[in-house]
Design a protein around this ligand. Structure first.
Ligand SMILES: N[C@@H](Cc1ccccc1)C(=O)O
Length: 500
C-alpha cells in the first residue's frame, strides 16, 4: 500500500532530523525523485494525516506557486521583448517616425514596446522622430522569463507580479508540507488498536497495546429511525377520523373464527359460494369450535332453516358440523357480529353505539398484481334506534369527506346480511375517474333479531379495504410493492404522511 510505504519513509526521514522544513526536499526512492510533483501531494497528505492522527508527527501545509510560461512568453524569449525589438529597430542618428517602426517590428511590438522603451530610457523622440538613446540595453523581461523557465519562480516579487499582469506567466498552486515529530514519534510505524477486545482483557495483552484515540468530531452514522409503513399511515388516518366521530375500536385480535360467527350469525346461507374451499381458508387443526350460547345458536339455526322476523329463511337443513368449522376470518364483520351480540346482551340493555375496526382478513384468492390472500379491512357499524338508509348515506358523506373524498356515488348491491346494500364509489380527482371504495348496507333483521336487539334498533355497516386507498394515494400499481418482502424500505422511510 503506497500510503503505508510513505508513512514508513517519513518516519525514517525524521529519525535523523528534528524537522523536515519542506516535503519537496524529500527524496523518495520508490519513485526515484523528490516529492515535488503536484500529484505527490495528495498521497503524501493522506499519509501525513494518518501519522498525525496517531500523533506520531505534526505537519502543516505550505502553499507556493509554480509558474509556467505562456506561448507569448516563449515567443519573446526567441525574438526578444517588444521594447528590445523597438530599440533595435532604431538608429542613433537617423530618426524613424511611428509608421516606420510599425513597418519594421509589427503593430503589436510597436504599440507595447514603444512605451516601455521610453520608460526605460532606451529611446528618445525629437521632432516626431524616434532615436536610440542608450548604447547598451539589458532585456530584463527576457532574462526574467529565462530565469522562470529554469527554476519555475523569480526572486524579485514585483517583476513576478508584472509578468503575471502581462499574462506572460501562469501561476500553478502547489501544496507541500513541513513535518515535525509528534509526541508519539517512533522510527517504526505503530499500529494502534481501535477496539479493546475481551481477548486482550483475558490475556492481559491490553497493557502492551497502544489504542487509537477516539475522534469525537467524526460524523456518526445516521441513526435508523422507525417509520410507519404507508398502510399504517393510512390506518392511522382512518382511526383518527373514527375517534373524532365518536367511534370505539372493536377487538379484532383474533384471526381464526368459527363459521358460525364468520357466516351463520350474519345470515350467510351455508350453501353460499363464498364458503367454498377456493374462497375460504379452513383450519385443519383444531378443526372445530364449541358452541357457547346454545339459545342463540338455536335461534340462528331456526332463522336459517325456517325464517322468522318476516323472512322465510333458506329452507335447507342447518349443519352443526359446518357451523363449528374454524376458518381464517374472511371479513372483520365476524367481529362486528360478536360486538352487536354483546351489545344486545350487555347489562342495562342496548345502548346506541358506533364501532370500528381496521385489521387483517384472509381470502383464498389467486394472487396477482392487485390481490393478495390477505388484506386489511376498514369496517364501521352504527347501531341506534330507527336509523335509516338516509343516515347511512349521510354518514358516508361526512366520513369520506374527512378523508378528502367529497364526491360519492352509491350503487345497489347484494350482501346476505344487509338489505338494502350499497356499493360506494368515490371520484378520484387525481385519477380523474370514479373508483369503487367500499360496500355497505343496513343489517338484516334475520341477523339482528336472533341476537336479541330490540326491533326498533337498526344497524348500518360498511367495509372497505385499506390497501386500495393506500395504493391510490401512493400511486402503487403492484400490491407486492406495498405488502411483502419486495417492499422497498427506503420508500417506506421516505413516504409522506397520508392525505387524500
Ligand atoms: N363485510 C363486507 C363489508 C360490509 C360490512 C358491513 C356491512 C356491509 C358490508 C365485505 O367484506 O366487503
Amino acid at each position: 500500500m503506497e500510503t503505508e510505504q510513505l508513512q514508513k519513509f517519513v518516519l525514517n526521514q525524521l529519525n535523523s532530523q528534528e524537522e523536515i522544513k519542506d516535503s519537496r526536499e524529500l527524496y523518495y526512492q520508490p519513485i526515484n525523485r523528490k516529492l515535488n510533483e503536484p500529484n505527490d501531494s495528495n498521497i503524501l497528505q493522506s499519509s501525513l494525516q494518518a501519522l498525525q492522527s496517531k500523533e506520531m508527527i505534526a505537519y502543516s501545509n505550505l502553499e507556493t506557486y509554480d509558474y509556467n510560461l505562456t506561448d507569448e512568453a516563449n515567443e519573446l524569449i526567441d525574438k526578444g521583448s517588444h521594447e528590445a525589438r523597438v530599440y533595435h529597430s532604431l538608429d542613433f542618428e537617423v530618426g524613424s517616425d511611428a509608421k516606420e517602426i510599425i513597418q519594421k517590428v509589427g503593430q503589436v511590438s510597436a504599440k507595447v514596446g514603444q512605451g516601455r522603451a521610453f520608460k526605460l530610457g532606451w529611446i528618445k523622440k525629437v521632432d516626431n522622430k524616434f532615436f536610440k538613446n542608450a548604447t547598451e540595453i539589458q532585456d530584463v523581461t527576457v532574462n526574467n522569463l529565462l530565469a522562470i523557465k529554469q527554476s519555475n519562480t523569480l526572486s524579485n516579487e514585483s517583476d513576478l507580479t508584472e509578468l503575471k499582469k502581462r499574462k506572460l506567466i501562469k501561476p500553478k498552486k502547489l501544496l507541500h508540507f513541513s513535518i515535525k515529530k509528534g509526541p508519539n514519534y517512533a522510527p517504526e510505524l505503530i499500529t494502534f488498536e481501535t477496539d479493546l477486545t475481551s481477548d486482550m482483557l483475558l490475556d492481559g495483552s491490553w497493557k502492551q497495546k497502544q489504542f487509537k484515540k477516539y475522534n469525537f468530531d467524526a460524523a456518526g452514522i445516521l441513526p435508523q429511525g422507525g417509520a410507519l409503513h404507508p398502510l399504517l399511515k393510512v390506518r392511522e388516518e382512518f382511526r383518527n377520523i373514527f375517534f373524532e366521530m365518536g367511534f370505539q375500536e372493536m377487538p379484532t385480535n383474533q384471526f381464526v373464527e368459527s363459521c358460525f360467527w364468520n357466516f351463520d350469525s350474519l345470515f350467510v346461507p351455508q350453501q353460499h359460494v363464498a364458503r367454498e374451499l377456493q374462497d375460504t381458508f379452513y383450519i385443519k387443526e383444531p378443526r372445530t369450535a364449541n358452541v357457547s350460547d346454545k339459545e342463540y345458536y338455536d335461534k340462528v339455526k331456526t332463522v336459517h332453516e325456517n325464517g322468522g322476523f318476516g323472512s322465510i329463511g333458506y329452507r335447507a337443513p342447518f349443519s352443526e358440523d359446518e357451523t363449528k368449522r374454524l376458518v381464517l376470518r374472511t371479513h372483520t364483520t365476524a367481529t362486528s357480529a360478536q360486538c352487536l351480540y354483546k351489545l344486545a346482551k350487555q347489562p342495562g340493555g342496548f345502548k346506541p353505539s358506533k364501532l370500528f375496526s381496521i385489521d387483517r382478513v384472509f381470502r383464498n384468492e389467486a394472487v396477482d398484481a392487485t390481490h393478495l390472500a390477505e388484506f386489511h379491512q376498514v369496517e364501521g357499524v352504527i347501531a341506534d334506534k330507527n336509523i335509516t338508509l338516509g343516515d347511512l348515506i349521510g354518514f358516508m358523506e361526512v366520513f369520506f369527506k374527512k378523508m378528502g373524498m367529497s364526491q360519492l356515488r352509491f350503487k345497489p348491491a347484494y350482501n346476505p346480511y344487509t338489505e338494502p346494500s350499497l356499493e360506494i364509489f368515490a371520484h378520484h380527482d387525481g385519477l380523474g375517474k370514479w373508483v369503487e371504495i367500499g360496500n355497505s348496507g343496513m343489517f338484516r333483521p334475520e341477523m339482528l333479531a336472533p341476537m336479541g336487539l330490540p326491533d326498533d334498533v337498526h344497524v348500518l355497516g360498511f367495509g372497505l379495504s385499506l390497501e386500495r386507498p393506500t395504493m391510490i394515494k401512493y400511486a402503487i400499481n403492484n400490491i407486492r410493492d406495498l405488502v411483502g418482502h419486495k417492499v422497498d424500505l427506503d420508500q417506506v422511510e421516505k413516504s409522506e404522511a397520508v392525505r387524500f
